[in-house]
Design a protein around this ligand. Structure first.
Ligand code: BES
Ligand code: MN
Ligand code: ZN
Length: 491
């Protein structure tokens, strides 16, 4: 990962990056950009030269705008003007991402922070830099970004150490979630996923990991995970990862859907719907990465993460449409569509959490339905909770982190859709409102934690079709940033 170094005086000065703001709008149209005053001493004449460029180059200062100016034989040899818009955190994150791309062919750059830069500004800038420079390739061939180090020039570098450390951990964990999600399913089976968690957890103190295999799952009654995983040659797992700091007063349980590949099962998906189904464990990746992040940042909140892992395959041992499944808490589900598999594994994990872990707050993330994108498009997760405070807190954290979610209803009128003649619940009614129905189904397993539970259907924002600000094509690591921000507000 790109190195970020805070300094009061640059070690070397090849390319100097100067932030520019949007000018105040006037009646005459777009005002020219203005240079952000830096507190640090710059080489003679550089500020005046940059200021003169702004109108000449018709820069607006909008977030992510870049302009390169060459000064051969002088120091620095290049000036890079970087638009930071109105200077909001979101604009700085976008600027950091644009900078990582604009400077990808250089090895070392120096950015002069504005004199009055807030900690949030620096955190956002660094997150943008580290997230946009992410690449996933399973080959060493091809070009890689050359950019190895970004120096941040500040009058008081120590004031930003925490901001940079937090941004680095947040980005590192987001990148870990992206790696897990991008990995092809020929590699990524449940056992492999559990081994990745084990390796990552071994690097951090005070994390406890328990991985249940098929025998333990059977002995303890995890019927949903076993049914969904039954068709695969790679048997299911349940990962339980616990960050348990001594000073914690709140216990959060996170649950993430971990389908390492979703063929749809016997209710098989058509080709276009199946081709990206290696991402169907993005929820598990996000909650695991957020928990590792909580441990790395030593957040004073207990976090237990549950990742039910299974591969939903077509085979002679696959579960069938019409099967009735008995979940961890004894609830039975009639399933007429083996493609509604995520809720079956989550049901077990939620019931286990509610019964055995007595959480103060219970949050699950899942690439649960295609209906998420139908309702909200590609950017917003669909967020469900009966708890207004919890919903508001998470929405605020997600927004501050640069992610997006939208609160959805849990209408009592639709509960009748979950009725079954044969079992306690029907898991896959085909009556529309797919994301809402799935949320209502999950709620049935939350027991007396129901009023402290929150669910996010994040199938849409878990994947980006192209590079876009801090997102790179492929897995986005959605949820890691928002969850970490939120966990950081708890104690
Ligand atoms: N993994 C899919 C949901 C999904 C779809 C995620 C598109 C990402 C992109 C999930 O298991 C699924 O197949 N859901 C069905 C539910 C239906 C059978 C009730 C769906 O959304 O069609
Ligand atoms: Mn499915
Ligand atoms: Zn699925």
């Amino acid at each position: 990962m790109l190195a970020i170094r805070l300094t009061a005086g640059p070690g070397r000065l090849d390319t100097l990056v100067l932030p520019v703001h949007t000018g105040a709008a006037t009646d005459g149209g777009d005002a020219p950009a203005t240079l952000a005053p830096t507190g640090s001493a710059l080489p003679d004449g550089v500020s005046a030269e940059a200021a003169a460029l702004l109108p000449a180059a018709r820069l607006t200062g909008r977030a992510g705008e870049t302009y390169r100016h060459l000064r051969p034989t002088r120091t620095p040899g290049r000036l890079l003007l970087l638009g930071v818009g109105e200077g909001t955190d979101r604009h700085w994150r976008t600027a950091g991402a644009a900078l990582a791309r604009a400077a990808s062919d250089e090895t070392h750059i120096t950015l002069a922070l504005p004199a009055d830069a807030a900690e949030g500004t620096v955190r956002a800038l660094v997150e943008g830099l580290l997230l946009a420079s992410y690449r996933f390739r399973m080959t060493d061939a091809g070009e890689r970004p050359a950019l190895a180090e970004v120096e941040l020039l500040a009058t008081d570098p120590d004031g930003y150490r925490d901001a940079v450390d937090t941004a680095r951990t947040t980005a590192e964990m987001t990148r870990f979630a992206r790696d897990l999600t991008n990995t092809p399913s020929s590699v990524k089976n449940p056992q492999w996923f559990a081994a990745q968690v084990e390796a990552a957890a071994a690097d951090l103190p005070d994390l406890h990991l328990r991985v249940r295999g098929p025998e333990e799952l059977a002995a303890e009654g995890f019927g949903g995970i076993l049914a969904v995983g039954g068709g695969s040659a790679s048997p299911p797992r349940l990962v339980e990862l616990d960050w348990r700091p001594a000073d914690a007063r709140t216990h959060v349980v996170l649950v993430g859907k971990g389908i390492t590949f979703d063929t749809g099962g016997i209710s098989i998906k058509p080709v276009p719907a199946m081709k990206l189904m290696r991402k169907d464990m993005a929820g598990a990746a996000a909650v695991v990465a957020a928990t590792l992040g909580a441990a790395a940042l030593r957040l004073p909140v207990r976090v237990t993460t549950l990742a039910p892992l299974a591969e939903n395959m077509v085979s002679g041992s696959a579960f069938r449409p019409g099967d009735i499944i008995r979940h961890y808490d004894g609830t039975t589900s009639e399933t007429t569509n083996s493609d509604a598999e995520g809720r079956l594994v989550l049901a077990d994990a939620l019931a286990y959490a509610a019964r055995e872990l007595a959480p103060d707050l219970l949050v699950d993330l899942a690439t649960l339905t295609g209906a998420n994108a139908v309702a909200l498009g590609k950017r917003h997760g669909a967020l469900y909770s009966e708890n207004d405070q919890l919903a508001a807190d998470l929405l605020a954290a997600i927004d501050a982190a640069g992610e997006a979610a939208w609160r959805m209803p849990l209408p009592a009128d639709y509960l009748e859709h979950l009725g079954s003649d044969l079992a306690d619940l029907h898991s896959s009614p085909d009556r529309g409102a797919g994301s809402v129905i799935a949320a209502l189904y999950l709620r049935e397993f939350t027991g007396d934690t129901r009023d402290r539970w929150l669910h996010i259907d994040m199938s849409a924002p878990s994947w980006a079709d192209g590079d876009d600000a801090e997102l790179t094509r492929g897995a986005t690591g959605w949820g890691v940033r928002g969850l970490l921000r939120w966990l950081g507000t708890l104690s």
